[in-house]
Design a protein around this ligand. Structure first.
Ligand code: NDP
Length: 412
């Protein structure tokens, strides 16, 4: 029986709150705190009346003193950071000051540069060790379940994993010409950055969306997917011994890409401030304000997501391949918790990760990425809480890059 302080009340937090309430055996009490308190109150109004006691609070998570005061008042066993990546370090500081466990779903981002690097959070390792508290980094789907899948593959099926391809397919259709499935600012930062993958100890950079492959996804069908940098590549390249290469591919439809290109060409995706009517504004933040709120996509999105990892390596001296993935139906998610599958596939693992720490299964002092823990109890909980996984021991592999493409087009 434990108490969690959930920071943020957006798409992901809403699903996590629903799931904590379903898992009232672990989450006896939750406090939902965010910048806009009315959103926390709306969530409470929807879910009150069950076994989990719910309270709400207003907090600016950029302000360590405010966070410390709130933690001291609520006295949670864990802080679940489901706000934005900009708040990771202030929330970690507040957890250190109050000796409270911490978890999040995305790595720290400075507001003025799109980096997607773990170095700032990894620097907290010793301080968390000394304070005797756990920080669980990246407990969403990707990062998150993809790291758990990797640890599970290594533990049960391989002596050595040499290649990992993470395939993130969203076969959902929301009917808008252009909208993003989660926070537009974070999403557009991610897809407009250069692509990057890791091979033989070095990072190989590509232009945005330069490398395209087709893949036939179970229950979704044939889709175009593009090589992107994604933050779990950094931790998995470090934590999976013997790895030779890791890549990440995400599917995008043509309409999304055409709109994104046009927005980029006119400067709307820039994070450089500009002066507008005597005020400094960031074009990407303005764009976010005019795009549909991801939370509003729930009722209109139909189709499925299919996200998983293909592994290639060795077992008992023999070559071996293994694919493990989850399929999630947008409308089923909406019926259950009022959100589409992107928020669902992130909010469920956020609840499970927090439960792993709270029940002592994943409780060791320090700062850890999710693949550094025993994957088995998490894999069991995925089946229980709505994200069942499927295994394929003879998967179709993603093509190798043709040699000439590698030599001529990639910027090393
Ligand atoms: P939303 O924009 O829907 O929600 C963000 C929430 O954080 C809002 O409630 C917002 O408040 C609140 N917030 C923002 N700034 C502050 C602040 N300074 N103080 C307090 N609260 C604040 O985002 P999502 O729910 O879509 O995403 C949440 C997180 O999940 C992000 O970090 C995202 O990167 C991550 N994510 C991870 C995925 C994974 O698989 N690992 C996949 C998808 C998302 P307000 O209502 O006032 O704006």
């Amino acid at each position: 029986m434990a108490k969690a302080l959930i920071i943020g009340a957006g798409g992901v937090a809403s699903v996590a709150v629903h799931k904590c309430v379903q898992n009232s055996e672990v989450f006896e009490e939750i406090c939902i705190a965010s910048r806009t308190k009315s959103k926390c109150d709306e969530l409470k109004a929807k879910l009150d009346g069950g076994k989990t006691k719910i309270t709400t609070a207003q907090v600016d998570a950029n302000n360590v003193d405010e966070l410390v005061a709130l933690i001291n008042e609520v006295k949670p066993d864990i802080v679940m950071n489901l706000a934005l990546p900009y708040q990771d370090l202030t929330i970690m500081d507040a957890c250190l000051a109050t000796k409270t466990h911490y978890m999040d779903t995305a790595n720290y981002e400075p507001e003025d540069t799109a980096k997607f690097e773990y170095k700032w959070q990894w620097e907290y390792k010793e301080r968390f060790e000394q304070a005797g508290i756990t920080a669980l980094l990246g407990s969403g789907f990707d990062p998150g379940v993809t790291g758990v899948f990797s640890a599970y593959a290594l533990k049960h099926y391989f002596d050595e994993i040499e290649y990992i391809d993470i395939l993130d397919c969203n076969g959902g259709d929301h009917g808008y010409p252009f909208a993003t499935n989660f926070n537009p600012e974070i999403n557009i930062r991610e897809v407009s950055a250069n692509g990057r993958y890791w091979e033989k100890g070095e990072w190989i950079e590509t232009k945005p969306m330069e490398i395209k492959r087709e893949y036939n996804f179970a229950e979704v069908g044939e889709k175009d997917m593009y090589l992107l940098y994604h933050e779990e590549l950094e931790s998995l390249a470090k934590n999976i011994p013997g790895l030779k290469r890791i890549r990440f591919f995400m599917t995008f439809g043509q309409s999304y890409l055409t709109h994104l290109k046009a927005l980029e060409n006119v400067g709307m995706t820039s994070i450089e401030p500009i002066e507008f009517e005597g005020k400094q504004i960031i074009p990407l933040q303005f764009l976010k304000a005019v795009l549909p709120d991801p939370a509003s996509l729930g009722p209109r999105t139909v189709g499925k997501t299919n996200i998983g990892c293909i592994f290639k390596g060795k077992k008992d001296g023999q070559d071996k391949t293994y694919y493990v993935y989850n399929i999630c139906d947008h409308q089923e998610c909406y019926k259950e918790v009022g959100s589409q599958a992107i928020s669902y596939t992130t909010g469920v693992p956020a609840m499970i990760g927090a439960a792993m720490v709270l029940t002592g299964k994943w409780n060791k002092p320090g700062v850890f990425n999710i693949e550094e823990f025993d994957p088995d109890p998490f894999m069991e909980e995925l089946n229980k809480w709505g994200l069942p996984w499927v295994e394929d021991f003879n998967p179709v592999l993603v093509d190798e890059l043709p040699a000439e493409e590698k030599e001529s087009e990639l910027v090393r």
